[in-house]
Write a protein that binds this ligand. Sequence first.
Ligand code: HEC
Length: 110
Amino acid sequence: MLKRILFVALAAALSQGVFAQEEGDPERGRIIGYTCFGCHGVPYQKNVYPTYPVPKIGGQTYGYIVSALEAYRAGERGHATMVAQANTLSDQDIRDIAAYFVSLNEGDDS
Ligand code: HEC
C-alpha cells in the first residue's frame, strides 16, 4: 500500500515536471513541435525561406529555448506569432520541444 502511494506521488510529481527541470523528452518534442518547423526550418537547421527573418533555433541551447518560449507565453517577449504559438504549450511541451531542438545539434558537422 505504501509503495503504491509513493508510486502515485512520484508519478504526479513527474507529470508536474518537478524532477524534469533539465530534461524533456525529445521524441515527444519532435511530434508536438512539428508545426514549428514550417517557420523555423528545422530539422535541417536552414531557413525554409532564407529571406524571412525567422531565427534559427536548431543551434540554440536548451535553457535559451525554454526561457524564450516562457517569455513569449508570459507576454514578456512580444511577437504576435510566437506568443500565439507559445500560448498553446504546457511547461512539459516546452521542455520536450527544447530537448528535441537541442538533440538536432548532436552530430551536426556543418
Ligand atoms: C508562423 C511562423 C512561426 C511558427 C509556426 C513558429 N515560430 Fe518561433 N518564431 C517565429 C518568428 C518570426 C520569431 C522571431 C520573433 C521575435 O522577433 O521575437 C520566432 C522566434 C522563436 C524563438 C526565439 C528565437 C530567438 O533567437 O530568440 C523560439 C525559441 C521559437 N520561435 C520557437 C518556436 C517553437 C518551439 C515553435 C512551435 C511551437 C515555433 N517557434 C513556431 C516564427 C514562428
